[in-house]
Design a binder for this molecule. Sequence first.
Ligand code: ATP
Length: 234
Amino acid sequence: MIEIKNVTKKYGKKKALDNVSFDVNDGEIFAFIGHNGAGKTTLIKAIMGIHDFDEGDIIINGKSIRDKGIECKKEMAFVPDNPELYENMTAIGFINFICDMYEVNIDERKKNIDKYAKMFEMKNNLNEPISSFSHGMKQKVAIIAALSHNPKILIMDEPFVGLDPKAVFDIKEVMHEMVKEGKTIFFSTHILDVAEKLCTRVAIIKKGKIVKVGTMKEIKGDKSLEKVFLELEG
Ligand code: ATP
């Protein structure tokens, strides 16, 4: 579970996040939507402990990301919007590096890497250098690395951008599989029809403030999510 409590983050005088509060529960696929520059990546990076924030707190499965950063990070995996991986490593070298960081034992890592490399059609590319990969292939390496340590919480920033249709289908299947096991999924997206079909809950952020949060049904009623979003944005 992720509890976001009154989080404010400023860049200079500008508030990128303004008193943001909501929870993401276990067993939930949660969409985070908002215009360009609304504050999505800023909040995601704060949750992941990648950057600090000025006020409030973020609690990951009962622990504060401020006080227990490493323990919180052990429970989470992150797939960034722009997969900036170590270009001079091979895909398998990078994935093993992540598994080492998360102390994944040999049997578990073999099983997970095999499963997800097959699923994302990267098995034949594992020994190639990341520098030789397309954007989508790098995205797939980031996803396989994230899943290889069996995280309790999966956080993704724009996960569908740059992926081929089969990979989009597969990542959605993985999400369903993970929530069946009671895990937590939180991702930002601009693809509202996918969010509408996939997610149980949603938060909408506008200029750093949460303007709506609730179940998909509560937020959209009989309308489409796109229509509700565009109405809110005026
Ligand atoms: P997008 O959909 O375009 O990815 P976003 O919702 O993820 O947008 P953020 O990247 O969180 O938006 O940016 C929120 C606000 O914070 C924007 O006004 C942006 O200009 C500002 N911002 C983000 N990073 C920095 C930074 N490093 N320095 C100064 N301002 C920043």
